[in-house]
Write a protein that binds this ligand. Structure first.
Ligand code: ADP
Length: 152
C-alpha cells in the first residue's frame, strides 16, 4: 500500500522550514500532499492562496511525489478523502509541541486511521516563522532568504 502523507498548514507564506520538512518526509512517504488550509472568507490571508499554490508548485516542479491542494474542511476528513493515513508536521520548539500534542489527539479521534508524524526542525531553520516573515515583508524588509522561491 502506498504511504501517503498530508502536510497541512496555512503556509502564509511557505518557507524554507516547510520545504525542509517536505523533502525529509520523502524518505518516509511515497507521496506528500501539501494541503493549504483556508477559512472561506473568514481569516484574511497575507499572501493570496493562488499565489502561494503557484510558488509551492514551482518549488517542487521536478518532484512528482509532491503535490499541492487547498482545502477548507476538517484536516482529518480531507486526509481520508485523499487516501492519506499520515499527517506530517514540523516541530520547532515546545510551543509547537504543546499545540501539536493536542491537535494530533483530536485528529486521531476524528479519524482513527490517521497517524501524525513529527520531524524536528533542521538546525538553522527553527527561527523561521511565517508570522514574523509577514511582519518583515509588510514593512518592506527583505524576506528572500527565508523562502525557497522568488517572490516576484
Ligand atoms: P499552521 O497554520 O498549522 O501553524 P504553518 O503553515 O505555520 O501551519 O505550519 C505548518 C507546519 O509546518 C506545522 O507543523 C509547523 O510546526 C511546521 N513549521 C512551520 N515553520 C517551520 C520551520 N521553520 N521548521 C519546521 N517546521 C515548521
Amino acid at each position: 500500500m502506498e504511504r501517503i502523507a498530508l502536510f497541512p498548514g496555512s503556509f502564509d507564506p511557505f518557507t524554507r522550514g516547510h520545504e525542509d520538512i517536505v523533502l525529509r518526509g520523502l524518505a518516509l512517504f511515497d507521496k506528500i500532499i501539501i494541503a493549504v488550509g483556508y477559512n472561506s472568507g473568514k481569516t484574511q490571508r497575507y499572501f493570496p492562496i493562488d499565489f502561494m499554490i503557484d510558488k509551492i508548485n514551482d518549488t517542487f516542479k521536478d518532484n512528482p511525489a509532491i503535490s499541492v491542494q487547498t482545502y477548507s474542511e476538517l484536516t482529518a476528513e480531507f486526509a481520508k478523502k485523499n487516501g492519506a493515513n499520515y499527517l506530517l508536521r514540523g516541530l520547532r520548539n515546545t510551543t509547537d509541541f504543546e499545540y501539536e500534542n493536542s491537535i494530533s489527539q483530536v485528529n486521531r479521534y476524528l479519524n482513527g486511521d490517521l497517524e501524525s508524524v513529527f520531524l524536528i526542525t533542521s538546525p538553522g531553520l527553527a527561527a523561521i516563522n511565517s508570522s514574523i516573515i509577514r511582519e518583515v515583508h509588510k514593512y518592506q524588509g527583505d524576506i528572500s532568504e527565508f523562502l525557497p522561491y522568488k517572490l516576484s
